[in-house]
Design a protein around this ligand. Sequence first.
Ligand code: GLN
Length: 279
Amino acid sequence: MVRIDQLLAQAAQIDSPTAQLDTELLLAFVLDKPRSYLYAWPDKTVDEAHVAAFMALVERRQRGEPVAYLLGRQGFWTLDLEVAEHTLIPRADSELLVETALQLADDSSVRKVLDLGTGTGALALALASERPLWSVTGVDRIESAVALAQSNQRHLQLTNVQFLHSHWFSALSGQRYDLILSNPPYIAANDPHLQQGDVRFEPLSALVSGVDGLDDIREIIVQAPSYLTAAGWLLLEHGFDQAHAVRQLLGGAGFIDVYSRRDLSGHERISLGRLPSLS
Ligand code: GLN
C-alpha cells in the first residue's frame, strides 16, 4: 500500500517550475478531495485504482501536458472554469483585461460589452459576474468553444451573458458595444516559444496570427469602430514586445486616450483606447 506522502514524492519526476503544486493538484483531483486533505492525512494509504489513475496523470504531466487539461479545469478571476483542448487555457495575465475594464467603466457608462474570441468564456464570465447590470456577449469562431463557454455559464448561473458563434464581428452586424475586449491570438508563426511549455498542447488557432503575430489585432482594430458606441473603449491583450505597434494601430484607426498597462511580470501586456465622444 502506498501512502499519500509517498505519492507526493512523485513531484521529483516532473520537470516543471511548479512540480510540487502540479503533483498536489493531480492527487487531490484523483482522490476528489481538497488539497488541504493531503496535508491533513499524509499517512493515509491510497488504494490501487487511485494510485494507477494518479500515476497515469503524472506520466502525462511528465510529457508536458498542461495541468489544466489534465484536470479539465482552471481558475480564472474568482471563477472555476471548465477547459478543453480546443480552447486556450485562461491565464492570470489576462486578468489585467478584466481589472482594467472594471476600472474604466461604472454601471452608468457601460451597458453592453463584447468579448472577441472568448474561448472558455473566461473574460466575459468574469465581467458578467462582477457587473450584474452589464449585458455581456462573448463570441468565438470555433463552435465547440461556444458550447464550452455556454456550459461554464450554466454552471456559474450567470444570466447577463450570452455566447454566439462569430468570426470576430461577422455575426454582429448592426450591434454597438460600449466596451470591446479581446485576448486574440498574437504569437508570430515562427516564434520558438511555441515549442515550449503549455502552448505546445494548445490550439494554434488561439495562439498564432501571421508572421508578426499582429494579423488578428490589425483586423479587430480596423473593424471595431463600426461596432463601438461614441466614446466606447477597445482593450486588447498582446505580446510583451507588441505594445508600441498596437498603440500605433489604435491611433491610426482614430482611437484616443491610447495607453498600455503592464502585467504581473512587468511586461506591457494590454493596450487600450476609446473613440472620441460625439460633441
Ligand atoms: N499569453 C499566451 C502565451 O504567450 C498567448 C496567448 C495568446 O496568444 N492570446 O503563452
